[in-house]
Design a protein around this ligand. Structure first.
Ligand SMILES: *[C@@H]1O[C@H](CO)[C@@H](O)[C@H](O)[C@H]1NC(C)=O
Ligand SMILES: *[C@@H]1O[C@H](CO)[C@@H](O)[C@H](O)[C@H]1NC(C)=O
Ligand SMILES: *[C@@H]1O[C@H](CO)[C@@H](O)[C@H](O)[C@H]1NC(C)=O
Ligand SMILES: *[C@@H]1O[C@H](CO)[C@@H](O)[C@H](O)[C@H]1NC(C)=O
Ligand SMILES: *[C@@H]1O[C@H](CO)[C@@H](O)[C@H](O)[C@H]1NC(C)=O
Ligand SMILES: *[C@@H]1O[C@H](CO)[C@@H](O)[C@H](O)[C@H]1NC(C)=O
Ligand SMILES: *[C@@H]1O[C@H](CO)[C@@H](O)[C@H](O)[C@H]1NC(C)=O
Length: 425
């Protein structure tokens, strides 16, 4: 008893030391034929006794249906295979206090009134999935999981994710749990996808140890803290959230960054970000007035697509955008700095479009500008800042429809890409 308390506290303190122990999960022990199950499905309580009688069992076990009031697996310590407890809609209890390992997937799903899950000694799983367990308030992972490849928790009544102490995962997906309002984890690395979406109205996500992830998807969160995050291979997407600040000051590279529909967002800090292999999209964040959080960004492999009411912000270091550039702002921010980028040939791809309160600048190339070695030619002599208006190339100029008289300098500019402009001249 005392030992268990110590373990639990240690685990909470983030001292867990194993990740994905494939030595354990890939083992295939030999067992008596009575403990070897192949596609065994129990639909009545009595049928589970043969499984519970084995300390070590091999095979896939499914427990299914509404004839269970409780599911008793006391005695079973290790299952080499998958264990699924599905649609036991009349069961309030799953009792597996001796279970230490499930080498494949442990799935508990569709337990409408399941409120007591006892997995007191479970430390190792291949993957864990809790799904559609609205009455479940505690994970029941007393000792705490220290080894898993993938964890998916969705649509449960959990308010905390205690007992999940794995530092390296392929997948960490926590979605639609209406009572989870804080996720504070010692997770260090996610090799595939970290997805935290649509939990409690406002969830604070604290991942102080996270160093890298492949994809990060965050929706309907209140805050995100990942001060140690340095890179993501795939995308960082933060949307539909009440987050006020996105601060990822150590991230140096990422695939794409997508920041959409965060109504309360006022500040973005990606001050070390130098390269994106994919796109940068910032759109429909009603209170975001500044774009000055990307001061180190040099290269963007995909498209930059930004809209909003920006008053300031330039991309001082930006020297290469491979996939085109679209910026629309109805704040005080001017397109002039961005037009310069275009005329330098820093923007490639098939489209350049910048609309501020004053000007509309756009250009498009008919086809790829693959060999645009002539960047310096500044073919876009048609470039102009506000006030000027000229055009070249085949695109037609367009006047912005808003008749904002106080500005008085409505102008339309059509600028050709450097390479194309050169050809046209
Ligand atoms: C995995 O488990 C085995 C058996 O318990 C242990 O000897 C080994 O150290 C563990 N490996 C890791 C990486 O924790
Ligand atoms: C199990 O229950 C879920 C809802 O909880 C339902 O969507 C699913 O169809 C059920 N599965 C079976 C095989 O009855
Ligand atoms: C876990 O181990 C397996 C087998 O070695 C490997 O394929 C998998 O990528 C590992 N997962 C993580 C998250 O390291
Ligand atoms: C970053 O991680 C290190 C150890 O991995 C930890 O000591 C440090 O507290 C973390 N930084 C923050 C700001 O939490
Ligand atoms: C990064 O992404 C590339 C291509 O999508 C993939 O080949 C590579 O394995 C990924 N690396 C990591 C660490 O996820
Ligand atoms: C902003 O950009 C997004 C993505 O391109 C688009 O869906 C949205 O309609 C745009 N919003 C405005 C106000 O232009
Ligand atoms: C941009 O505007 C924000 C407020 O909207 C301000 O905090 C920030 O200092 C400004 N940045 C620059 C470079 O003027």
């Amino acid at each position: 008893m005392q030992l268990r308390n110590i373990i639990a506290v240690a685990a909470l303190g983030g001292l867990a030391s194993a990740a994905n122990n494939s030595t354990l999960t890939n083992a295939t022990p030999s067992v008596d034929s009575g403990c070897s199950f192949s596609s065994f499905t129990a639909t009545a309580a009595g049928q589970l006794q043969s499984v519970a009688a084995c300390e070590t069992a091999v095979g896939d076990v499914v427990v299914y249906g509404d004839s269970f009031r409780s599911i008793e697996l006391t005695g079973l310590k290790q299952l080499y295979g998958n264990l699924a407890i599905r649609n036991a809609s009349q069961a309030t209890v799953v009792n597996a206090p001796t279970l230490q390992l499930v080498s494949g997937q442990l799935e508990v799903s569709g337990g409408t009134i399941l409120s007591n899950l006892n997995l007191a000694q479970l430390t190792t799983v291949g993957s864990l999935e809790f799904n559609a367990l609205p009455a479940l308030e505690h994970t029941g992972l007393t000792a705490g999981l220290t080894s898993a490849d993938s964890i998916v928790i969705s649509d449960t009544g959990l308010s905390q994710l205690t007992g999940i102490n794995v530092y390296k995962l392929k997948v960490f997906n926590v979605n639609n749990n209406k009572d989870i309002d804080t996720i504070d984890s010692g997770l260090q690395e996610v090799t595939d996808t970290l997805d935290i979406s649509y939990n409690a109205e406002k969830v604070d996500v604290i991942l102080n140890q996270l160093k890298s992830a492949n994809n990060i998807i965050l929706q309907q969160i209140n805050s995100f803290q990942a001060p140690n995050l340095t890179s993501t291979n795939g995308s960082i997407a933060i949307s539909k959230s009440s987050i006020e600040k996105i601060e990822l000051p150590k991230v140096e590279s990422a695939g794409s960054v997508v920041i959409n529909q965060n109504d309360d967002l006022e500040e973005i800090d990606f001050s070390k970000l130098t390269s994106l292999s994919g796109a940068l999209q910032i759109s429909d964040n009603d209170n975001l007035k500044s774009l000055d959080g990307f001061n180190s960004l040099k290269t963007v492999g995909g498209t930059i697509n930004i809209n909003g009411s920006f008053d300031n912000g330039t991309f001082d270091a930006l020297s290469r955008v491979s996939g085109g550039f679209i910026l629309k702002t109805d704040g005080q921010l001017s397109c002039s700095a961005f037009n310069k980028l275009n005329s330098n040939g820093d923007v490639r791809g098939d489209k350049f479009q910048c609309e501020d309160k004053v000007t509309t600048s756009s250009s498009s190339s008919a086809k790829s500008n693959s060999g645009s070695s002539s960047n310096s030619a500044t073919g876009g002599s048609s470039q102009s800042s506000e006030g000027g208006s000229s055009s070249s190339g085949s695109s037609s100029s367009s006047r912005k429809s808003e008749g904002s008289s106080n500005v008085g300098k409505l102008a339309s500019v059509v600028a050709a890409f450097a390479g194309i402009g050169f050809v046209l001249i």
